[in-house]
Write a protein that binds this ligand. Structure first.
Ligand code: ASP
Length: 292
């Protein structure tokens, strides 16, 4: 295992498979106390519901303690750099720092100033490695073997750290990834198959991953409206019909823009399973990085 988890590129296929296996063991059994006497600090400069709480729950399920640095009350607002903030937390002997930041590369930068592991909980549009792992776990629990399965990633791909990290792991595990988006949301640097028309691929995919439009990362609005977007890209019950497709979304879901209410209630929609699996994945990562 690497010392830090900043991007999925830090993980070999072997690391990925070991993390998935350990996460499955947590799902199936009563967890042990491998983080007893360990203290983990969470520093989230961007909002989060799932990632922050599931990391904190994962620490506690393994018997560890969490300190959450409240950014609104920290010295960042007095002009302290994030490197100094991290170095100070590190000097208090924390066993790991989990960071989310709006700037791509923040975790990588911090890793130079600390001795403990840094875990990236999302940095700008760059990477969200634990999300990609929990998405992979959700698909693996459903299909067993991912080799040859096809996934369509639908939405604001160019601004999505979830897409970037997912594309890397899914491709390395032998899945075919198809990118579905209006031209302004496509990633031009990508060599993967791309289309603007979801109906073109609907009969061949096993999984659809819908993404939220990352309005906070748009400098100016380059599309008509979210309603226009939804008219072509919302995952509706009508669109999916009886097909044997599972639906993923990293959350937060824009209801009836990304996925419609009916589809969200359908058992093929795995959004809440992803959330549950996120805790198991984060338990495995914390244990492996801290106790290696
Ligand atoms: N929760 C995910 C992230 O932090 C996806 C999103 O915000 O749309 O990247």
């Amino acid at each position: 295992m690497p010392k830090h988890l900043i991007s999925t590129n830090d993980l070999s296929i072997n690391d990925i498979n070991e993390i998935l296996d350990e996460a499955i063991s947590y799902k199936n059994a009563i967890p042990n106390n491998t983080l007893e006497n360990k203290l983990i600090t969470t520093i989230f400069f961007e909002n989060s519901t799932r990632t922050l709480s599931s990391f904190e729950i994962a620490v506690k399920r393994l018997g560890g303690k969490v300190v959450r640095l409240d950014i609104s009350k920290s010295s960042t607002l007095k002009g302290e750099t994030i490197a100094d903030t991290a170095a100070n937390i590190n000097a208090m002997n924390t066993d790991a720092i989990i960071i989310r930041h709006q700037s791509a590369g923040a975790g990588n930068y911090l890793a130079k100033y600390v001795t403990c592991p840094i875990i990236n909980g999302g940095d700008g549009a760059h990477a969200h490695p634990t999300q990609a792992l929990l998405d992979t776990l959700t698909m693996k629990l459903h299909f067993k073997n991912l080799e040859g399965k096809k996934i369509a990633i639908v939405g604001d791909i160019v601004n999505s750290r979830v897409a970037t990290s997912g594309i890397d792991i899914f491709s390395r595990l032998g899945m075919e990834v198809i990118l579905v988006a209006p031209p302004h949301f496509q990633s031009i640097s990508n060599k993967l198959r791309q289309t603007t028309n979801i109906k073109e691929i609907i009969d061949e995919v096993d999984v659809i991953m819908s993404l939220r439009t990352q309005t906070e990362r748009h400098n100016n609005q380059i599309y008509g409206s979210l309603k226009d977007y939804a008219s072509r890209y919302c995952i509706t019950k009508d669109l999916i019909g009886n097909r044997n497709i599972i639906i993923l979304h990293p959350g937060p879901v824009h209801r009836n823009i990304d996925i419609d209410d009916e589809m969200l209630k359908d058992s093929r929609c795995k959004v809440l399973s992803q959330v549950s699996n996120g805790v198991y994945i984060r338990m495995a990562i914390l244990n492996r990085l801290i106790n290696q």
